[in-house]
Design a protein around this ligand. Structure first.
Ligand code: FES
Length: 132
């Protein structure tokens, strides 16, 4: 024990020092979510992330990540189709719809850089992938 530690220990014994910390200082762990990504050949990749992560963020850990251009929902490069798990993602915002329409894509597609996976498992079909 260092001299500083001894002083703190004695102060605590005398009731002069701060109470010993008992709570865990780490933030609570987020629930795990699962992203299943399907490519144009039907091959699947699976990876887990935390609740609230975007598919684009989670796919960054995959061998073949979703392609992206702007990361601010203006290019629609990251467009994906939800195959399973519609109930597990955040609702589509007006910005997503506008970007898809402006780029002449079906408005039912989603932007992987904006949509969040909130719980459970989601299966997506991506159209463009990052070349590694
Ligand atoms: S990366 Fe451009 S819209 Fe998602």
């Amino acid at each position: 024990m260092t001299p500083f530690g001894i002083r703190k220990f004695i102060k605590r014994l005398l009731g002069l020092g701060p109470a010993e910390r008992t709570e865990d200082a780490r933030p609570p762990a987020r629930a795990k979510v699962t992203l299943i990504l399907v490519d144009e050949k039907g091959e699947e990749q699976t990876y887990q992330g935390g609740a609230g992560d975007t598919p684009l963020f989670i796919s960054g850990n995959m061998a073949k990540p979703i392609g992206s251009g702007c990361n601010d929902s203006s290019c629609a490069t990251c467009r994906v189709e939800i195959l399973e798990g519609h109930e597990n993602v955040s609702p589509q915002g007006s910005g997503e719809k506008e970007t898809l329409a402006a780029n002449a894509y079906d408005e039912n597609l989603r932007l992987a850089c904006r949509m969040e996976i909130l719980q459970g498992s989601v299966k997506l079909r991506a159209y463009e992938f990052l070349e590694i």
